[in-house]
Design a protein around this ligand. Structure first.
Ligand SMILES: [Zn+2]
Length: 303
């Protein structure tokens, strides 16, 4: 994807996905940074020691506590002070991981000294966590939400770049009496990962299992590859009950079956797809029950 196309795409992505993010304000946090009468972030306890942090409508960020450490799953668009906000929720040391390299998931990486991610998304992370990209994100946020300007982190320097550490399938984050396993879910990006908390039957899925998955971007894998990912994930459905996506509300695990049928209908031609227009360009869209896949008709089959 060319740089300018990326810019146009993500300019819209960050703000137009607002309707898909966790909206609740209920929270167990002790002190929330308040700007202009309200906080950029809000959070909700959605499972035992699991908080969904709402990045002001752009995306869901999850914070999972064990007994010794906490895991922050993604860093959002990065315009506000997520690191301080997280400290209002947990007193434990925080480990940070990116589900994938898109800017609404890795944008706040600079606020942390070390971030784990899959190596196949390192390049995306580099692009979307650059100083230049951050400047653009802040400017867009100011245009959209001028009342929050005083809360934004406007400047980052290259000295603030975190160490990006690789994780692959089977890597386990041990938080102390709570373990989350890395599961590779290539499709939306090559290096997408999910995090599986078998003990608590939770699967954190990044952008792999939303009700509208974008598979038409440059860098997305063919639908046939994505189908393989879904089927592999479904083979482990005995290990989770809830799907926690980064856009939208919590889903039950049966949702994956609907995604599988949706993908199969695209591959077989049973669904021809309706025209789908977005700021990122044109695509075709197929739906099956709750599942939706926006795809490029030239990128269905594995070549
Ligand atoms: Zn994404």
């Amino acid at each position: 994807m060319k740089q300018d196309v990326r810019f146009v795409f993500y300019t819209g992505l960050v703000f137009l996905l607002a309707v898909f993010s966790c909206k609740e304000n209920q929270s167990r946090v002790e002190k929330i940074p308040v700007y202009e009468g309200q906080s950029w972030f809000s959070s909700k306890l959605i499972a035992d020691k699991v908080w969904c942090i709402n990045d002001h409508g752009s995306d869901n960020i999850y914070l999972v506590e064990g007994e010794k450490q906490a895991l922050l799953i993604d860093t959002g668009i990065g315009v506000a002070d997520l690191a301080s906000y997280v400290k209002t929720i947990t007193k434990l040391p925080v480990i940070v991981v990116n589900t994938h390299g898109h800017p609404d998931h890795a944008g706040g990486n600079f606020q942390f000294s070390k971030v784990y991610a899959h190596p196949l998304d390192f390049e995306l992370i580099k692009i979307f966590t650059s100083k230049e990209y951050h400047d653009n994100s802040v400017q867009r946020a100011i245009n959209e939400y001028p009342n929050f300007e005083s809360s934004f982190i406007k400047e980052i320097s290259t000295s603030e770049e975190p160490v990006i550490s690789p994780v692959q399938a089977g890597f386990v984050f041990d938080l102390g009496n709570r373990k989350l396993e890395v599961v590779e879910v290539p499709g939306h990006t090559k290096g997408s990962i999910a995090l599986l908390d078998t003990e608590n039957k939770l699967l954190f899925t990044g952008d792999n299992n939303n009700t509208l998955v974008w598979l038409f971007l440059d860098g997305c894998l063919p639908i046939e590859s994505y189908l393989q990912t879904l089927e592999k994930l479904n083979q482990r459905s005995g290990e989770f009950e809830k799907i926690l996506p980064e856009h939208g509300d919590v889903l039950d695990k049966l949702f994956i079956n609907e995604q599988i049928i949706c993908a199969k209908n695209i591959i077989s031609g049973e669904c021809q797809g309706e025209k789908y227009e977005s700021f990122a360009g044109s695509a075709l869209l197929c739906r099956y029950k709750r599942a939706g896949i926006a795809y490029n008709p030239d990128n269905i089959h594995i070549k």
